[in-house]
Every structure is written in structure tokens, then in C-alpha cells.
Design a protein around this ligand. Structure first.
Ligand code: IDP
Ligand code: MG
Length: 142
């Protein structure tokens, strides 16, 4: 019983989630929130914002040399997004699993991207890819 408690304690994590402009536009905020909460994760902070070009380029700095970078920054600053701090057991991995693969056409159905998207840039939701990046991304916004 104690070891079980300890396991939960050490894998408690926070991750940065952003509901992207096309998901806000399509009225999917409630649906995405429901999936996060149904998974057992907790949204501990949340606010709506329209990202500046500066913030967007900080968030996506690792992609600066990629051919899709300009389109990505243009898109992510095109309308309001919902920024979230999400907490729970293995939150980074749990969120990546309910989001699905980067390309909605490859994402399994039952995942957010698999169920609601067709476009790799407008893929509905962002989630940090490691606990370390999660802390960096959370520090950018919270
Ligand atoms: P991730 O969001 O699944 O972590 P990343 O590879 O980190 O995927 O890419 C960041 C974001 O850049 C993606 O969510 C998507 O919006 C966009 N993106 C990634 N790859 C492509 C691509 O090949 N073409 C256009 N946009 C892309
Ligand atoms: Mg990523």
C-alpha cells in the first residue's frame, strides 16, 4: 500500500497544454477539457489569450529552421487560444496519448487529433513532449 502511494507521488507531473485557434474556433474547448478531465488529469490553471509573434516564436523556437515554421507562427497567432497547466500522474505522457499523433491523418480515432482534425498545422492542441520542456513552456505562460 505504501509503495503504491509512493509510485503515484513520484510520477506526479505538470504539463503545458494549449488549445489551438482552430479548436477554439470550432467550439471544441469543452470537448477537449472533458477528455482531459475524464482521463483523470486536473486543470490547475487556465486562461484565454491571443499569442504575440514573440511568444509564439519562443514556444516554437526548436522549429525555427523547419520549412513549416512561418506558417505555424502565423496560424498560432491568428486567433485566441486556451492556455492550460495540467497536472496528474505521468501528465506529459497521458496528454500525448489522448492528443494522438502530430498529423491528424495518422492519429488514431479516439484521440483529439484523430477525431477532429485533417490538417497537420491546424492540429487542434499542443502538449509538451517531456517534463523538462513542460516546465520551460509553463514558465513562458504562467
Ligand atoms: P507535436 O505538436 O506533436 O509535438 P511537433 O513536431 O513538435 O509536433 O511540431 C509542432 C507543431 O508544428 C505541430 O503541432 C504542428 O502544428 C506543426 N507541424 C509539425 N510538423 C509539421 C509539418 O510537417 N507541416 C506543417 N506543420 C507541422
Ligand atoms: Mg512538440
Amino acid at each position: 500500500m505504501y509503495s503504491c502511494y509512493f509510485d503515484i507521488l513520484i510520477s506526479m507531473e505538470q504539463t503545458f497544454i494549449m488549445i489551438k485557434p482552430n479548436a477554439v474556433e470550432k467550439g471544441l474547448v469543452g470537448e477537449i477539457l472533458k477528455r482531459i478531465e475524464s482521463k483523470g488529469l486536473k486543470v490547475v490553471e487556465q486562461r484565454m489569450s491571443t499569442l504575440s509573434k514573440e511568444k509564439a516564436s519562443e514556444l516554437y523556437a526548436v522549429h525555427k529552421e523547419r520549412p513549416f515554421y512561418n506558417d505555424l507562427v502565423e496560424y498560432i497567432t491568428s486567433g485566441p487560444v486556451v492556455l492550460m497547466k495540467v497536472e496528474g500522474n505521468s501528465a506529459v505522457k497521458a496528454m500525448r496519448s489522448i492528443m494522438g499523433a502530430t498529423d491528424p491523418l495518422e492519429a488514431a480515432s479516439g484521440t483529439i487529433r484523430g477525431d477532429y482534425g485533417l490538417d497537420i498545422t491546424k492540429n487542434l492542441v499542443h502538449g509538451s513532449d517531456s517534463a523538462e520542456n513542460a516546465q520551460k513552456e509553463l514558465n513562458l505562460f504562467f
